[in-house]
Ligand binder design. Structure first.
Ligand code: HEC
Length: 129
């Protein structure tokens, strides 16, 4: 029993150090991005610029981590993930500038562009197929 626990601890430590980013951390960032996206949508609908900007800031904070992904678990590379993350940051900035100019349709288009990046990556997760 003790041996099993030790072995499991070593294995999880190894997986953390190999990827530098655990599954728990990834799920936490993913959930933070989902919450941020919901906040952005709510802000657009309630005509609350401040809420949209807060959502964008939260989205950017969490998506900055997305670049790190274990190979084999998903069929995407670290380079791909980094590009996705970059695109999300770019479209998030667009949401912010659109809403600050009170262009809600544009903000919505930018929002959809972000969602498209999320879905593109999710389509590459092997266990989700
Ligand atoms: C580069 C790849 C990648 C991108 C980009 C990405 N995701 Fe994910 N997402 C994942 C992976 C991998 C998982 C599966 C996590 C796991 O089970 O380890 C996941 C899971 C999730 C989950 C489920 C979390 C749970 O509790 O199981 C949500 C919600 C989510 N992502 C939201 C988003 C949102 C919102 C975006 C865009 C803003 C996004 N993701 C962009 C890779 C990505």
């Amino acid at each position: 029993m003790k041996k099993t626990v030790t072995a499991m601890m070593i294995m999880s430590l190894l997986s953390i150090s190999a990827y530098g980013y655990s599954k728990e951390e990834r799920v936490k960032d993913m959930q933070a991005m989902e919450t941020a996206m919901a906040k952005i949508q709510k802000g657009i609908l309630y005509n609350d610029q401040k809420m949209v900007v807060e959502g964008v800031d939260n989205l950017k904070k969490a998506s900055a981590n997305v670049e790190v992904a274990p190979e084999g678990f998903m069929d995407y590379s670290a380079v791909y993930a980094k590009q996705q993350s970059k695109n999300i940051l770019k479209y998030a900035d667009k949401i912010k500038s659109s809403i600050e100019e009170n262009r809600k349709h544009s903000a919505n288009s930018n929002y959809t562009e972000v969602l498209g990046e999320c879905i593109s990556c999710h389509n590459k997760i092997r266990k989700w197929k």
